[in-house]
Design a protein around this ligand. Structure first.
Ligand code: GDP
Ligand code: MG
Length: 836
């Protein structure tokens, strides 16, 4: 047990290995290499040798021979190796005085004792082995006995059922007794073996008198010795501190490497650092973050905490597991030209569906099964000049929701504008989406067959939004078409291909496929059905698949005409069967090496999405703004909505003027009116913040805000909005929350009384309304009045507060134009101190 290799011993002594080898050689101890074992005896011999030589060499030792004796006495190998570690305590000196004369004798004694200890340990071990053997035999016997008895009982059960339970009870008792007896026996035996061992120790202690105390501390106390010998580092640490006692606790700071995932709870983090969770919470409080033990914190916070506690954070990218999913596949194959992927957008009734239908009807080769094309959300058409893929989900929602997920699939947007109707709100919206995504626009001037069509007027209108025809020096191709007659459709396809040539769209055809989900559903008898667009590589039957949080194997592939196919290359939409569940539109598809791998990653993602969701939920407004601060390196994107055009322009101008060379402000979109769902999805997709000036979101917008976690800030004072953005740009502290909407009431009916003026009969639909809080009156989500409450009543009684789900009567001070359908928003101004 005490035997270590020379190298380990050198480490314990903190001397270089070759120096030790040299010393061993001088002492006449034969060792070959650092890996050879060095026995306890050899150590002692070395000790003696070193003492002797030090006695000669060390001038201090000559001057103060007693102290040398003392050092030897203290029996610390380290001391010998580093002469500076002098003995310090007086009482040790006293002891050494006694032993000084009998140095040799002492050493002999130590050696003898060591030998004796070894012997004793040996015998003990033998005894223990014997005991163990006896124990296992006993257990074996017992088991055999039990089996025998069970056998017997079974037999008896056959003979006599009634008696059985009683007998068994008796047997069980007997058995318990037997076991107890055996236990007693075993204990007695153990005691017997243990006792002599203890006696010898005691014996020895007394035999050697007081000095033994010392040796006992260092050499004896078997168990400690064992652990010390095993853990050289610990011992060395103790000695560096100048501490003699082998039983000292380790005093070195343990610096741990703490793996930090993308989301973990405070409790988990504490556990990884082997500290109490309260410690972590305390540290976080000092950092200005309030947290509870079960709160999920993000990676950045966790890193700060770990560093604060003096450990080393190791960022564990949760996607390590995902990183090598396709690996080389992406790089090794040559990229070839691929067909463009086109999304059709435009105002309602301008003919998007008609146009897509016309193209599909006339250009897509029908399948054998009756020539009825399936609706799969996408199709591709062959023209004499090349192939074009259309995403058959007209509208902005699909486009933005895909983009919000990072799936920028569309290469070209076809903007359908009815030539008889001109630019309409959704036309403008479509342009903003396209511009935000930096996707080129090809304009289809539709319904050109109509006599009232005025293509020139539409062109003129579109220039206002930055969509300018080539002939006027712009970049956009305009094609007059008719979805009814088919006029111009071929030119449109040509133009699309022309535009795509400019874009130089390329993708490797070889290798593992990757793509995006366009649509998915669960169908009876077919299971999960996903329409995917392959972006690179070739998707084949039998490929192991990973899509978002789903996995599987390609069981069947169909093209848009419903024909089974065997493979699909870049830009080709296909229907895939064989997934574990329906993925989300916009999820990425990856073919991976094995289904097992796909499953593993899918499971990992499922677990992670749960965690990340939780972490996101706990992120508060200030966190959002501080991440806004992170973006200051390049660009802060903002979407502005305001009550009137004047405010929009004022805000826009002020914000844009704030751009510096380092930090830009990009107004993704701006407009008049309440926040719509489309605004929110656009902001989410563009990673923009929304500044809502005197406007609010409708129900759908509010849901989308929650859904996408978009940062929306409501203002009623322009300079506050500007100040906040400036604070973010200059990397200052996150601004305090100045205003909090506490409740919302809906006006259900309006009464006029000569006594109280106009009273609005309201239903509180959210939060609460409090009498002394300021209010705003909203109409169509736009603020039309700001002020205070004159009265707040429940039936006939004045009340201070009315909560959600309760009706009440509200009189607005100095305002009599409250109408049915208006909303009354109650808010409070709170001063939140800026904290570091
Ligand atoms: P969407 O809302 O943009 O999908 O528009 P639809 O495709 O549903 O078309 C709206 C209406 O316009 C339908 O009644 C179509 O028949 C009509 N329409 C679409 N394209 C044309 C066209 O080129 N010429 C004429 N005359 N009518 C069209
Ligand atoms: Mg339509």
């Amino acid at each position: 047990m005490a035997d270590v290799t020379v190298a380990q011993f050198a480490e314990v002594l903190k001397v270089p290995v070759d120096r030790l080898l040299q010393q061993l050689d001088q002492a006449g101890i034969k060792v070959g290499s650092p890996q050879d074992m060095i026995s306890e005896e050899a150590k002692h011999e070395l000790l003696t040798h070193l003492r002797r030589s030090h006695g000669r060499e060390d001038p201090q030792a000559d001057a103060a021979p007693r102290k040398i004796t003392l050092r030897r006495k203290s029996q610390s190998e380290l001391k010998l190796a580093s002469p500076q570690g002098r003995a310090r305590t007086v009482n040790v000196e006293v002891r050494s005085k006694r032993t000084y004369v009998k140095r040799e004798v002492l050493e002999d004694q130590a050696r003898q004792q060591q030998e004796e200890l070894d012997r004793q340990r040996e015998s003990e071990e033998l005894a223990r082995a014997a005991l163990e053997r006896a124990e296992s035999e006993r257990l074996e016997r017992e088991r055999a006995e039990r089996e025998r008895m069970e056998e017997e009982s079974r037999r008896r059960t056959d003979e006599e059922n009634r008696k059985r339970s009683a007998e068994e009870e008796a047997r069980r008792q007997a058995e318990t007794q037997a076991r107890e007896a055996a236990e007693r026996e075993r204990k007695a035996a153990a005691a017997k073996v243990a006792k002599p061992a203890r006696e010898t120790t005691e014996d020895k202690t007394t035999r050697y008198g007081r000095q033994e105390l010392h040796i006992a501390g260092d050499v004896s106390s078997r168990h400690k010795k064992k652990s010390k010998a095993r853990d050289g580092r610990r011992r060395a640490v103790g000695e560096v501190d100048g501490k003699q006692h082998g039983f000292e606790m380790p005093t070195a700071r343990v610096v741990r490497e703490v793996a930090i995932g993308e989301a973990m709870t405070v409790g988990e983090l504490a556990q990884k650092m082997a500290v109490k969770a309260t410690e972590v919470i305390k540290i976080m409080m000092n950092m200005g973050v309030m947290a509870t033990i079960n709160q999920t914190i993000d990676q950045d916070t966790a890193v700060l905490v770990v560093e604060e506690m003096g450990h080393t954070p190791v960022l564990r990218k949760d996607n390590v597991i995902e990183e090598s999913l396709q690996g080389e596949a992406e790089v090794t194959h040559e990229a070839l030209q691929r067909p463009p992927v086109v999304t059709v957008m435009g105002h309602v009734d301008h003919g998007k569906t008609s146009l897509l239908d016309y193209i599909r009807r006339t250009k897509v080769a029908a399948g054998e099964a009756g020539g009825i094309t399936q609706h799969i959300g996408a199709y591709h058409v062959e023209t004499s000049k090349g192939m074009v893929t259309f995403l058959d989900t007209p509208g902005h929602a699909a486009f933005t929701s895909m983009r919000a997920r990072g799936a920028q699939v569309t290469d070209i947007i076809v903007l359908v504008v009815a030539a008889d109707d001109g630019v309409m709100p959704q036309t403008i919206e479509a342009i903003k989406h396209a511009q935000a995504a930096q996707v080129p626009i090809v304009v289809a001037l539709n319904k050109i067959d109509k006599p009232e069509a005025d293509a020139e007027k539409v062109k003129q209108e579109l220039t206002k939004y930055g969509v300018i025809p080539e002939e006027w020096g712009g970049e956009n191709i305009f094609v007059p078409v008719s979805a009814r007659t088919g006029q111009g459709v071929d030119q449109l396809l040509d133009s699309i291909l022309l535009q795509s040539e400019v874009l130089e769209l390329k993708a490797p055809v070889e290798g593992l496929a990757a793509g995006f989900v366009i649509e998915s559903s669960l169908e009876k008898g077919r299971g999960a059905v996903a329409t995917v667009l392959v972006l690179r590589g070739t998707l084949k039957l039998g490929d192991p698949l990973l899509i978002g949080q789903e996995f599987g194997r390609v069981r069947a592939l169909f093209d848009e005409a419903g024909r089974p196919i065997e493979s699909a290359g870049p830009s080709i939409p296909v229907v895939v069967l064989g997934l574990s569940g329906a993925p989300n539109a916009g999820d990425e598809l990856l073919v991976v090496e094995s289904e097992r791998k796909a499953r593993e990653v899918a499971m990992h993602r499922q677990a992670k999405s749960r965690d990340v969701k939780l972490a996101k939920q706990s992120a508060n407004m200030q966190d959002v703004f501080s991440t806004m601060g992170e973006a200051k390196a390049d660009l802060v994107r903002i979407l502005v909505k305001a009550d009137v055009q004047g405010s929009v322009e004022a805000l826009r101008d002020a914000l844009v003027a704030m751009s510096t060379s380092e930090v830009g402000v990009n107004i993704v979109s701006s407009g008049v009116g309440g926040l719509t769902e489309s605004d929110v999805t656009l902001a989410a997709a563009s990673k923009a913040r929304i500044i809502a000036f005197n406007v609010r979101g409708d129900a759908a917008a509010r849901a989308a805000i929650k859904d996408h976690g978009v940062d929306v800030r409501y203002y009623s004072i322009i300079y506050e909005a500007i100040d906040d953005v400036r604070a973010v740009l200059t990397g200052m502290l996150s601004p305090e929350v100045k205003e909090q909407i506490v409740g919302l009431a809906e006006v259900r009916s309006v009464f006029r009384s000569s006594k109280f003026g106009t009273v609005a009969g309201c239903m509180v639909i959210d939060g609460y309304v409090r009498r002394n809080f300021p209010i705003r009156v909203l109409r169509n989500n736009v603020v039309i009045f700001e002020g205070a409450l004159e009265s707040l009543k429940r039936f006939k009684d004045d009340v201070n507060e009315v909560r959600a789900g309760t009706e009440c009567g509200i009189g607005v001070k100095n305002y009599n134009d409250v109408r049915e359908g208006d909303q009354i928003e109650c808010y409070s101004r709170v001063e939140v101190a800026r904290t570091l």
